[in-house]
Design a protein around this ligand. Sequence first.
Ligand code: OAD
Length: 250
Amino acid sequence: MPITTIAELLQKAKHVVVFTGAGASAESGIPTFRDALTGLWENFDASKLATAEAFHADPSLCWGWYEWRRRKVIQAQPNEAHRAIAQLANHVPKLTVITQNVDDLHERAGSSAVIHLHGSLHSPRCVDCGAAHQSPLPSEPLPEAGIRIEPPRCTRCNGYVRPGVIWFGEMLADEAWTNAMAAAKECDFFLSIGTSGVVYPAAELPFAALANHAKVVHINPVRFAISRQDFFIQGTAASSMKSLVEEAFL
Ligand code: OAD
């Protein structure tokens, strides 16, 4: 379907949900997880890094890997996709931004009340007592991934500080998930950008929107199978989102 037709549907929408995955931040220089050759899980083993067991087995390896990513995000800038999404809020009656990303690039582009389903690299907390880690962390980039860095200690109980992300095997935060599902069910236009749609429960959201008769549009440079009711824009997040918002509203 041509982008002009999708733009016309967007113009009529009353509540738009934007749902982003790692592909939305790819053009800011943040690696995705599952892309061949460049994806993080191509070169690193998720089970050795992104689980509570991995952290307990080797806290310094796990913390060092998340520190590499956090510092990469600090150096990165929002791209056209983040900016177009922020701009969209000025043109539609209601916009809910839901992200699986643990960076803050939506916020830095101007989006507010972003629902972070998988937590944030920027909210470390104690692995034992859960207290938020308040002291500032270094921001200098690390030369490479895989450098061991011992995590800081909690000032309350001396436990290790862990990244504020959701690991495999952990539940999503109740409030984030409830609000995301409510928005997916309520919206009439659901825009899924740069996600492989394989990590649940997040991947349920487009199906919930579709079941409630929203128009569901996927943006991805790599075509994948969709239902007959869904729409697909084949392209990168930055160029597709810029074109879509310009076509619909400018
Ligand atoms: P993936 O790495 O699984 O998928 C990234 C998607 O982005 C793929 O479909 C790519 O084709 C697409 N892509 C790549 N470059 C793009 C670009 N420039 N513009 C648009 N799309 C592009 O990332 P997610 O779907 O976000 O979870 O992964 C979901 C979850 O798995 C992550 O939140 C993370 C991970 O393990 C946790 O850490 C809990």
